[in-house]
Design a protein. Structure first.
Length: 387
């Protein structure tokens, strides 16, 4: 029987479980065996509970050491040679580059997903040039390269990093609309108005601008509460330290909740969700907020503006501008409860029509099905030329 194994590789098991669980369940339900290849963390056991196999793949996610990256390429070659899967699905930079190269060497069809460009593209440097060349080399033989927003797709095509006919657009990672449901906003009597930032505690997520804007806004309205939810990634050079966050808390600027496996209770208690990010693929936290019918404030950058329509389901602010962010937060605070409710419901309608995760899953199933059919046809007709 033909190998019907699909390998999914991402830089953390946490990422796979939180953003690809629906895809994994659908692949298994359609008769494929799924193997997840990622660095092991607390979420690896949850992935195996979904019915897939997990293989630990050590990975220096934030480094660019040539020796370690070459060792990663060799590990991918060994794993993929042993499995010989039907297809390799890559996400995040290292799996997209080194996993794809290994798969191409072995003649395994590759489907890439470019979920945002990360700090290597945001901060222009020699590393930016190196990353672009690695992408150009690793994507050149891919069957499909999915992008999560049109800005990233255009950037890659104009730079010649991907062939036009294999590039395609996905609505982010999609959102499970049965899991994230609208909830009524608690009445404002006897409680502060609550803004909530949901993100990894990184500078590129606009955490510093959020805190600076909170300081500005609180000078006019001390009863506003500014909350933050998300984990501190100590290994990331862009991380905000826990000590710094605790100092902000001590000074009464923010309330920090740490990390969670379920954002819904926190979003349900918030009046508005904020993400002042420098650049995104399509941020999942904003999809979650919109699905729960919460108004949003985000920066007018790639990824964020795919979700936020200014003054329809939220407000857009200037990037790296605490003054403008504070002005938009005060605009939201001073709007009526009915206006905020209308924004929230407009956001829910938008994710229903554009960001349902079933759209994402069907695109993957169609692509993998086409690869499987081409392989069957190739075996029936040995002279068939593979594409």
């Amino acid at each position: 029987m033909m190998n019907q194994t699909v390998v999914i590789s991402v830089n953390t098991a946490w990422n796979v479980y939180n953003f690809r669980a629906g895809l994994i369940k659908s692949l298994i339900g359609n008769g494929y065996e799924v193997v997840v290849v990622a660095p092991e963390d607390d979420y690896a056991s949850r992935l195996t509970a979904l019915g897939c196999r997990f293989i630990h793949m050590p990975m220096d996610n934030n480094g660019t050491h040539p020796g370690r990256d070459f060792a990663l390429l060799m590990r991918y070659l060994r794993v993929l040679r042993d499995i010989r899967p039907l297809a390799f699905l890559g996400y995040t930079i290292k799996p997209n580059v080194y996993g794809s190269i290994a798969a191409h060497v072995l003649g395994i069809p590759v489907i890439n997903n470019i979920a945002g460009l990360g700090t290597a593209f945001i901060n222009k440097s020699l590393v930016t040039h190196v990353v672009k060349e690695l992408y150009r080399f690793s994507l050149r033989r891919s069957r499909k390269v999915f992008f999560q927003n049109a800005d990233d797709q255009r950037l890659f095509m104009e730079a010649g990093l991907v062939r036009h006919h294999v590039a395609d657009l996905l609505p982010g990672s999609g959102i499970d609309l049965t899991h994230y449901l609208p909830e009524p906003v608690p009445p404002l009597e006897n409680r502060p108005f609550r803004f909530l930032l949901v993100a990894r505690m990184l500078k590129a997520k606009g955490v510093e601008e959020y805190v600076a804007a909170a300081s500005i806004a609180r000078q006019q309205f001390p009863n506003i509460e500014f909350q933050m939810l998300g984990f501190v990634d100590k290994a990331n050079p862009d991380a905000i330290s826990l000590e710094r966050i605790q100092l902000w808390e001590k000074n009464g600027l923010v309330r920090y909740f740490g990390k969670t496996d379920d954002v819904r209770p926190y979003m349900a208690q918030a009046d508005c969700i904020v993400l002042p990010s420098y650049r995104e693929g399509v941020p999942h936290s904003l999809l979650e907020a919109a699905a729960m019918a919460r108004p949003i404030i985000a920066t007018n950058v790639a990824g964020c503006r795919d979700i936020v329509e200014h003054e329809l389901n939220g407000l857009l602010c200037d990037v790296k501008d605490p003054q403008d962010l504070a002005a938009k937060m005060l605009q939201m605070y001073q709007s009526s409860a009915m206006e905020r409710y209308a924004m929230g419901m407009a956001g829910r309608r938008k994710v229903i029509s554009e960001f349902d995760e079933r759209i994402v899953i069907l695109k993957y199933l169609d692509m993998i099905g086409a690869i499987s059919a081409a392989r069957v046809k190739g075996r029936e007709n040995p002279k068939a030329v593979s594409t």
